[in-house]
Ligand binder design. Sequence first.
Ligand SMILES: Cc1ncc(COP(=O)(O)O)c(C=O)c1O
Length: 875
Amino acid sequence: MKFRFPIIIIDEDYRSENTSGLGIRALAQAIETEGFEVLGVTSYGDLTQFAQQQSRASAFILSIDDEEFTLGSGLDPIVLSLRKFIEEVRRKNADVPIYVHGETKTSRHLPNDILRELHGFIHMFEDTPEFVAKHIIREAKNYLEGVQPPFFKALLDYAEDGSYSWHCPGHSGGVAFLKSPVGQMYHQFYGENMLRADVCNAVEELGQLLDHNGAIGESERNAARIFNADHCFFVTNGTSTSNKIVWHHTVASGDVVVVDRNCHKSVLHAIIMTGAIPVFLKPTRNHFGIIGPIPQSEFQPETIQAKIAANPLLQGVDAKSVKPRVLTLTQSTYDGVLYNTETIKSMVDGYVENLHFDEAWLPHAAFHPFYGSYHAMGKKRARPKHSVVYATQSIHKLLAGISQASHVLVQDSQTQKLDRHLFNEAYLMHTSTSPQYSIIASCDVAAAMMEPPAGTALVEESLAEALDFRRAMRKVEDEFGKDDWWFTVWGPDDIIEEGLGFAEDWIFRAKAKGKKPSSKWHGFGDLADGFNMLDPIKSTIVTPGLNLNGAFDKTGIPASIVTKYLSAHGVVVEKTGLYSFFIMFTIGITKGRWNTMLTALQQFKDDYEKNQPMYRILPEFCQQHRQYERMGLRDLCQHVHQMYAKYDIARLTTEMYLSDLTPSMKPSDAYAHIAKRQTERVEIDRLEGRTTVGLVTPYPPGIPLLIPGEVFNKKIVDYLLFARDFAKVCPGFETDIHGLVEEEDEAGVVRYYADCVAEAPKVAAARKTPVKAAAKTPAKAAVKAAAKAPAKAAVKTAAKPAAKAPAKAAAKTPAKAPAAKPATKATAKPAAKAPAKAQAANLSEDRTAPAAATPGKGKKKLVQVGSDGPFGRTL
Ligand SMILES: Cc1ncc(COP(=O)(O)O)c(C=O)c1O
C-alpha cells in the first residue's frame, strides 16, 4: 500500500530563480525521484495553523536562510516563528522528522530548545541533492513505519503480500463482488483495501483474537499500556458485548449484584443472562428530564445492605453477610455527569469484589488531566487493595473507532490478579469465531492515536471547541437580550472567557466561597461536595418552555420539533428529550460542525417567529401527518407544548422514574416465561400489579423503566395511559415505548399491551385444555395469528401507528383474546413475600439452587419459576 505522506518543504525561495531556489528544487526533485511526494510552500505565513493540519507529513524541511539573525539571541522573528511552528507540531507529534535547511546559517544560530527537536541540519551545497534526499527519506520511512501499531502493521503487510486465499470470507479478497453489477458497485464503494483486508482467523501471521496472541495480542498489550490498564481485550461487538463478557466472568446465578438504575440495557441483559439478583442504586433526576448522578450515600456499604435487606427476593437472607459480586456504574451518564471513581473505590473496596465502570461514553478521559480522577483508570493512581476494576469503553463512540469497536480494560487489585485464562472463557462465550478484522484494526489504531502527546492534544481540541460553542451560544443570548429568547446549554453559570479554564469550574460543589452551589444550575438537589463533575464535551441544549422546577411556561418549544427541523437541515443530534437535546464534541469535531448547528438554531428561531408554514418547514413530516400541514411552526410548538403542560409530563416522567419498582421474581426467571410460553399479553389499562417478562423502555429518555420480574405500578400505568392519549392528539410526537406491543382490534382501534408473566390459573387451564383451547390463550393466539398471516398480522413492537390489518387477522390477535381480563394486584404480593433463602447463592455453596420466588403459604398459587417448579416441569 502506497500511502500519500508528502515531505513538506517551507522555503521562501521555493519558486525563485535564484541559487537558493534552484538548490531546494533540486532536493525536491531528488526526493520525488525516490518515489516520495513533495509539497513545497513559500510562505511561513501562519505556520502554527499550518502545523496543526499536517498530520499527513512524513517530514518537514524548514529553510532559515535569507533571515536576519542575531547570534545567540533566540528572539529573532524567524527563531520565534520556528519555535512556535515546532511547538505546534510537537504538541501532537513527538516523532515526525524536522530538518532545518541553511546555506550559510548553522546550529550556532539556533537556540537549544529548537535544536533538540531537529533530526538534522541540511547544508545544500555540501552534498549532492540525491544523497540528502536519501537521508531524509530513510528517516521519513522509519517514522511512517513507527507510527503503525502492531496489528495494523501486520494487516498492511498481509494485504500487500498478495497471497491467494482459500479461506473465508467467500468473497476472496473482494473478487466475488466483481462478478455482478451490484457487487461491482459494492466493491467500488468500499474499495479494494477494505475487502483485501477482510480475512479470517486462518491467517496465522495476524494472530488470534480469541487467544489474544500474535499481532492481535501485541496490539491489546499496547492498548492496555496506553489506557493505563493491566489488561485490554478488544471486543468486536460493541460495549453491549463487553459488558456481558465482564458479567459472565464475575457473576453467577443467584449472586447479588449492585447496579446503577440508569444503566445500559446490555447490563440488564447481563442480569437476565447470569441469573443475578440486582439491587439498584437510584440516580437523581431534574425536571428537564436529565438523569443525574447517584448520590454518594448510595455507595455506602450500609446503604447497599439496607437495600439487600429490603429486597423481596432476598428475604430471609442476612444482608450483612452478603458480598455483592459486582457493582456496575454508568460512568458518564447519558448527559455527561461523571463520578470521582477514587471516592467510590475507597467506599466499596473489599466489600464488592468487582467494580465495573461502564465507560462507553468516556474513553477519552484518560488522556487529559482535566478529568483528574473522574474516570476509572489513570496514571499513577493507586490500585484498590481488594477489588478488581473493569472499564468497558466504546472506542467507536468518542474515539476514532468504527462501529462496534470496543474494549474491556482490567486493573488488577493489590491482592487479586485477573485470571486471563478464566476471563477468556467468558470472552469466548460472546465473541464470534469470525471477527471483523477492520474493527480490530480500528481498536488498534484508535489506541495508538491516543498515545500522548497526540491523544492529549486531541482531547484538548474537543474541550476547546466545546467551550467555544458554549461561549458562542451565550454571546448570541446576550445579543438577543433579556426580553427575547434563545436556547441555553445546560452547565455551570460561569465559564472562563478564553481557554480551557479549570476542571474545578465543572465539579459539582455543595458550597464554594462567594459562589452559588452547583445545585442551582444542575437541579439535582444537594449532592456531596466534589463527588461529580460535568464533562464539558457533552452538551445538553435546553429549549424554552420548561424550567428547572418542572413548571411550564406559557409558551414553549418541545425539543423534538427542533431536532426534526435540524435533521431536515442536515444536522443530526445524538438524543432528544422533552425540552432538551444532546450533542457531543468528539475528537472528530470541527468548527464547521458546531457553527453550522448554531446557525441552524438561528434559522429555527427566525422561522418560529415568522410562524412559517409547516408544509414548507418540514414537508416530509407533513406528508406523513397531514393535520400539521396548515399550521405554522410556532403553532405546532404551542400545540405540543400545551399537551405536555396539560398532562404535566415532566413531573409525570420524573415521578415514574423515581417511583418504587418492586420485583416479584428474579429477572432471569421472569424472562424464562417467554421460552416456556407462560406469558400473557395484558392491555395497558390492566397492567397495575402485573409482572413484566421483558424490558420496558420509553424513548426518550431510552433508559429501561422496568426489567423482567418487576411489577407495573400505578405511576407507570398512568404514564402509559398518557402516552396512549398523547399519541392520539400529537401523532408524530408519540413516545416510543420499547416493550409495548401495538395491535389493532376489529374496530380498527389501536391497543397497547405488555407481555407479562401469565397468571397461574390461566396457565393451568391452558395446560389442561389441549390444542384448541390453548390456542385461545393470548400468547399462543398471537403466535398463531402471526404464523398464519405474518405479513398481515398487526403486531408491531413499537408504539408507532399500526398498519391496518384485515379484520380476519386482527380477530386472531390477542386484542380479542381473554388476555385483556382485569389483572389482580395479588400477583406481585405473594411473590414479594416469598422466602428467598436459597436465592443469594453467593451466600451459600450451592449456586444451582433455584432462586425462584415460591408461592407464599396459603396464598394464591403463582406461576412457579425456575427449572423444577410445577409448570417448569410440565410445559
Ligand atoms: C452506557 C452505555 N453502555 C453500553 C452501551 C453499548 O455500547 P455499544 O453501542 O458499543 O454496544 C451504550 C450504548 O449506547 C451505553 O450508552
